[in-house]
Design a protein around this ligand. Structure first.
Ligand code: BEZ
Length: 259
């Protein structure tokens, strides 16, 4: 996942660690609650799935854990390595680990992985028996207003509406059932709204998270952006022009059945 959209494919998102840092640094800052659920211990071997630039992976390492981070973005893996982390380029749909981790951790990444059966199968395989999986990501209803506005504008402008939101946002019941089919028993799970202030506004968020949707409109790109912002302003911007995203988090802990 490196800088900029993929030409001709409005559904694909790519990443630049610099843009991410400027527009959505809050992602790792708000991840501290899920780190508390993980409660990493010294000497544990932990896999950080979708580690990004490693901002939270460092917190696990500082707790004394032996951490491996994986991400499918070259740019992010490079940035994480520059922090001195063991970061590897790997697609979470095809994890290659077997029975080697005390815990698998993930923050704000699983909603990008749209074949969750493959991801969960890989997590279960990576864990030692009795190991735990602790994660937080977008739950059902996440960014509902934002995606609804994009879909409405996309339809009105004759675009590909599916490019508005390619994410996986399950309910508690749906995700618990999926984990259960892979021997991961849920010990706690919660879904909660977390309205999130956007430091560079809604435009910055949309440019970072959903550029491919807007790119499809070519020379009408600015118009599409303006229409989405107009539609969202009454509900997600305050009178001083401060924007908030309508985030809904799913936080889960599950334990792999002992062999
Ligand atoms: C999230 O963290 O909830 C999220 C990030 C990007 C796109 C959609 C949702």
């Amino acid at each position: 996942m490196t800088g900029g959209p993929v030409a001709g494919d409005p559904s694909r998102q790519t990443w630049s660690s610099a843009t991410y840092d400027e527009n959505v640094r809050f992602v790792s800052e708000l991840g501290k609650g899920v780190v508390d659920w993980l409660a990493p211990r010294a000497g544990e071997r932990i896999l950080d799935l979708g580690c990004g630039d490693g901002a939270l992976t460092i917190a696990l390492r500082d707790a004394g854990a032996d951490v491996v981070g994986v991400d499918s973005s070259d740019d992010f893996v490079q940035a994480a390595r520059e922090r001195g982390l063991d970061a590897r380029l790997m697609d979470a749909h095809a994890l290659t680990f077997s029975r080697e981790f005390d815990a698998v951790f993930s923050n704000a990444a699983l909603h990008w992985m749209i074949e969750p059966e493959k991801v969960v199968a890989g997590i279960a395989r990576a864990l030692k028996p009795g190991g735990r999986f602790v994660a937080e990501f977008g739950g059902h209803g996440n960014v509902a207003a934002i995606t609804t506005a994009m879909r409405a504008v996309g339809a009105a402008m004759g675009g590909d509406v599916s490019a508005a939101g390619p994410w996986y946002f399950p309910t508690e019941a749906e995700y618990s059932a999926l984990l259960g089919t892979h021997g991961l028993e849920v010990s706690r799970i919660t879904r909660f709204p977390r309205p999130t202030p956007l430091p560079t506004g809604m435009r910055g968020w949309l440019e970072t998270m959903r550029a491919p949707f807007f790119d499809q409109f070519g020379d009408r790109r600015d118009e599409a952006m303006a229409r989405v912002l107009d539609a969202l302003a009454p509900s997600l911007s305050d009178s001083a022009g401060n924007w908030t995203a309508d985030y809904m988090r799913l936080r889960v802990e599950a334990v792999l059945a002992a062999a």
